[in-house]
Write a protein that binds this ligand. Sequence first.
Ligand SMILES: C=C(NCc1c(COP(=O)(O)O)cnc(C)c1O)C(=O)O
Length: 358
Amino acid sequence: MSRPAVVLDTVLDAVGNTPLIRLDRLAAKHGLKCNLLGKLEYMSAGGSVKDRIAKRMVEVAEKEGKLIPGHSVVIEPTSGNTGIGLAMACAIKGYTVIITLPQKMSLEKEAALRALGAEVVRTPTEAAWDSPESNIGVAARLQREIPGGIILDQYRNINNPLAHELTTGPEIIEAVKNTPSTAQHPSSGKVDVFVAGAGTGGTISGVAKAIKKTHNPDCVVVGTDPVGSVLALPETLNAATGSYIIEGIGYDFVPDVLSREEGLIDSWVKTSDAEAFAAIKELIRSEGMLVGGSCGSALAGAFAWLRTGEGKKIAETEGKNVVVLLPDGIRNYIGKDWFLKMALEAEPSPLAQTIAGI
Ligand SMILES: C=C(NCc1c(COP(=O)(O)O)cnc(C)c1O)C(=O)O
């Protein structure tokens, strides 16, 4: 998996190719006999899984003649990470970029966007997706009014899920296939379960297609969706309403790129902020991975699915490979109250007491 030791042309050549890492300590804490593996997307150049779609959407738009250097203004509604990926590409390629970003999203993401040269327009978090005030509505107005304005549109653009069908999925498959089964780490040699959260749904849809079409049609794909979002199926799962703090996942509409065809996403699990924060704390502490909020949602959803029914059987079977997509890292949230509370809250430890006594 490690990158070839060659000089890369630009940072865009360092997008993706992220590691798939065993979460053995965490699996043991949860009594899992199966393999729990984390796809660590904060190791991508821009810091998240969304780098991949940003790179592909820009490169395809250029090939199609839709992006003209010195003329085009890239405008995108985003919860931040897609924007960072786009701003990274635009910084290199010389396009102006405007990002519409709901107030809820972190200042850290806004700072990264502005450092990359993007203009950032904040929009009300509570605005419905189809209202003129939403980040989608404001982006549409800016595109109409600004000469050369173009929205690459992660919610409809087929290059969103395609980026994952062509890169994220194959990387996961290759990593599992290339890792031999050993006495210490028995492996089925297949991706038996894939768990991911959904925002646009591009990641879970694209990876699921790659795995089921080219590798293991029997892989169980599990989507996780925050309480308050409407992406899960059956719809009855979405009865509870309300807001949530975790960024990047869940919506009040179903994006076009979220594939809902029969047999692609097999199950959905609803997750709460509290479950996500607890899972992040465990993951950081057990595995040393400096992950972001939605990683906790995906992990909490995985643990919930592995506790019941078919999931329980998988959990109790040595060698089964359960892959969890971990979308970004703490860089995006390091100053957020929820993160500071989780990281700094006093936990009486003998060592702390010893230190205090010195
Ligand atoms: C939609 C956007 N982000 C998706 C995202 C997701 C979901 O990825 P999707 O492929 O969009 O379903 C999960 N976690 C984080 C931290 C994310 O940023 C965005 O950045 O505009």
